[in-house]
Design a protein around this ligand. Structure first.
Ligand SMILES: *Cc1c(COP(=O)(O)O)cnc(C)c1O
Length: 231
């Protein structure tokens, strides 16, 4: 089933790229494997995907230990400062930085372990109360501060759009995040590039690609529905 799902997602990504006049190479598919067992991840890995997303520190480190080192683990969920030390040298990219204090903690641990942490700033474009992330207005001031920290590299922005039945409804949100990333890019801040725009999930990744996503995070579309009670 996973093979078929992957083929379908791949085809939809290609078509969205075509519609937007973009190269398929401009979009990275992150397979969101949270709650899913090792065996299923291996199946996706065997199909040639090495980018995986997890939203919990403990689950990421556990899977990272068991699975091949070639995997790039993306931390896409909320990160607590006291857990930074566990993932600092395991996460390929941290998508969910939304405060100076968290960035400082990441920087400190990165210095200790002598690594450079690749991070994205999480933006709550829709201003949903239930979501983490900073408001559009707060992004530039935050980036200006975070960019001064050692052993950190800000590579772009991330957003989690509202859950919708029809992905089209999130188009304006993706447009806004893209516009923000272009604005920030023109500021030419040291240590900051806007190469990554992490947006789009199973319900809306095609729209996100049309609006400029470089990284889409697809869970259900690849692995099927999640059952939080079992795992
Ligand atoms: C779970 C999750 C996803 C994937 O969601 P699906 O709708 O299953 O594709 C993407 N991004 C984040 C931040 C998530 O927590």
């Amino acid at each position: 089933m996973i093979r078929e799902n992957l083929a379908e997602v791949e085809e939809k990504i290609c078509k969205a790229c075509e519609r937007a006049g973009r190269d398929r190479d401009e979009v990275t598919l992150i397979a969101v494997s949270k709650t899913k067992p090792i065996s299923m991840i291996e199946e996706v890995l065997n199909a040639g995907i090495i980018e995986f997303g997890e939203n919990k520190v403990q689950e990421l480190t556990l899977k990272c230990e068991i699975l091949p080192k070639k995997i790039h683990w993306h931390l896409i969920g909320h990160l607590q400062r006291n857990k930074v030390k566990y993932i600092i040298d395991q996460a390929y990219m941290i998508h969910s930085v939304d405060s100076l204090r968290l960035a400082q903690a990441i920087s400190q641990e990165a210095v200790k372990k002598n690594v450079t942490a690749s991070i994205l700033i999480e933006v709550n474009v829709a201003m949903e109360e239930s979501k983490y992330g900073v408001s559009i207005k707060e992004v530039l001031p935050l980036i200006e501060e975070v960019s001064k920290l050692p052993n950190l590299k800000i590579n772009g922005l991330m957003t989690i759009a509202p859950f919708v039945e029809n992905g089209e409804k999130n188009r304006e949100i993706f447009k806004e995040l893209k516009k923000l990333s272009v604005d920030i890019k023109t500021k030419n801040i040291d240590n900051v590039n806007m190469n990554v725009l992490s947006m789009g999930m199973t319900g809306d990744y095609e729209v996100a690609i049309e609006e400029g996503a470089t990284h889409v995070r697809v869970g259900t579309g690849i692995f099927g529905e999640r059952n939080y009670n079992i795992d």
